[in-house]
Every structure is written in C-alpha cells, then in structure tokens.
Design a binder for this molecule. Structure first.
Ligand code: 6AU
Length: 260
C-alpha cells in the first residue's frame, strides 16, 4: 500500500526528478497542500503567494485566466517559488494531438515550457501526447500529471479509461510525476504522486458540477498525496489563516496515515 509510506521514502522511489523534488519538499516543509491560485490578476496572485508561500508545496496556475499576464509576472512567480521552496504546476490539461500540444507547450504567449515545473495532461488523444511532452522529444519537459479521474459530477471517464490511462503513463517513467485522480486504487506505484482536487472543509458541491470531499476523507480513505485547494482558500475571508488551517488538517491526517 503506497499510501502507508512516508514522503521521504517515496522520494527515493520516484523515477521523475520533479516528483522526487516534490516528495522532498513535502517532507521538509511538512505540508502537502497545493494552492490553486485561480485568480485573474497578477497582483492578486503575487500578493496571495507572499502570504501563503510558506504553507504550500505546490502552486497550481491556470495561466490563461490572467488578464494582465506579462513576462515580469513569471519572473516574480519564479522568485517566490525559490524563496518559499515550492514548485509550479500549470494546469493546462492538454488534450490535443501531439504536434499541437507540442506547439501549445513551447510557443504562444505563455511559453509554459520555460517556467512550469510540471503540467496536467489528458490521456484522451492517446500516447502521442506523452511523446510530444517527453524530454527526449523536446529537451525541456520536466514533469506530467496525467488525468486518470475527475472530481466533477457526470464526467465521462470510465473505469476502463482510468486503467488504460495508468498503463499509458507507466511507459513514460521519466516523464511521469503522477496522476490527477480521486481514488487510492487507481495506481500502485509508490514513486508516483496522487494529486487530488475537489477538497473543502465540508463535503459540498458548487453550482457547476464540482464535488468536494473533506481533507480527512481524501487523506485517510481516498489515497491523496498532494491535495489541491482553490476556492476553499482563495475565496475565504482570510486566505492566509485558511491556508494554515488546511495545511494543518492535511498534515495531521498524513501523520495518522503513515503511523499506521
Ligand atoms: O478547489 P476549487 O474547486 O476552487 O478548484 C479546484 C481546482 C480547479 C480545477 O481546474 C482543478 O482543481 N481540478 C482538476 C485538476 C487539478 O486538474 C481536475 C479535476 O478533476 N477537478 C478539478 O477541480 O483549478
């Protein structure tokens, strides 16, 4: 059972360098909280990260929702990542043929390949998408989280799709950080990371299909390693104190899990 091993042990088993680094950051900073900074201005994102950077292991961006994107924003984001020792995941959810994804990853306004430590990718188009993002093809890729399950109700992913997704990922051990998924049974490999979104302090839903589980449930029952929280923190009255609340409850449940 991969979920009973401590993160520092799993770092030793990771086959991707970003996954290894992320496991080590979690162990060092004692946090498995990933903040989804789903805000639309650069100053609101940078101000929030100044306050909560110390509490997170990973910052997840949707770079294409920012209204005043600039190269300077990336410089500042990278310097915060260095100062607070967190990694950056661009949640682009690539889902096209390999050639197009390669262009989307390397080119355009955002040049994701230049600054993101890792990206999210759908398996839907087939293996070509992983070939396009593989370091041996483009020389720059670092890490990929493949979507094996989604948190939203009515999503079209079937158990077969999930299983085939995991099989596809296992052919690319050097590229793969892990899976965006909801369940412990999705994969076994202790060197891969389960990134789980759809988490708030209460089990609820939003008005657009998102389904939330509690930190306790995702850590103790559902096998989450890194837990993604967006609006639970970002839309709170005090995001700073709420980040600390999430960090503490997640870490408490992690310790409970690994101590048997
Ligand atoms: O906590 P929330 O609901 O405010 O934000 C959840 C974040 C959003 C989604 O785009 C993302 O997590 N997400 C993903 C990811 C990370 O790929 C997959 C999924 O199944 N559900 C989900 O919410 O930024």
């Amino acid at each position: 059972d991969r979920t009973l091993l401590p993160y520092e042990k799993r770092a030793e088993l990771a086959t991707n360098s970003i996954a290894k680094e992320l496991f080590n950051i979690m162990a060092t900073k004692k946090t498995n909280l990933c903040l989804s900074v789903d805000l639309t201005t650069t100053t609101s994102i940078l101000d929030l990260l100044e306050k909560v950077g110390e509490h997170v292991c990973l910052v997840k961006t949707h770079i294409d929702i920012i209204e005043d994107f600039s190269a300077d924003f990336i410089t500042r984001l990278k310097s915060l990542a260095k100062r607070f020792n967190f990694l950056i995941l661009e949640d682009r959810k690539y889902a096209d043929i390999g050639n197009t994804v390669s262009l989307q990853y390397l080119k355009g306004l955002y040049k994701v390949a230049e600054w993101a430590d890792c990206v999210t990718v759908h398996s839907l188009p087939g293996e070509g998408i992983l070939k396009a993002l593989n370091n041996s093809t483009n020389g720059v890729s670092q890490g990929v989280f493949l979507l094996a399950e989604m948190s939203s109700e009515g999503n079209l992913i079937t158990p077969d799709y999930t299983e085939e997704t995991v099989k596809m990922a296992l052919k690319y051990p050097n590229l793969m950080c892990g899976f965006v998924c909801q369940n412990k049974s999705t994969f076994k490999e202790p060197g891969l990371i389960q990134l789980t979104p759809g988490v708030q302090l209460e089990s609820t839903k939003d008005g657009l299909g998102q389904v939330y589980n509690t930190p306790e449930k995702v850590m103790l029952e559902k096998g989450a390693d890194v837990v993604v929280v967006g609006r639970g923190i970002v839309a709170a009255k005090s995001p700073e104190s709420q980040a600390l609340v999430y960090k503490d409850v997640l870490w408490k449940n992690y310790l409970k899990r690994v101590s048997g």
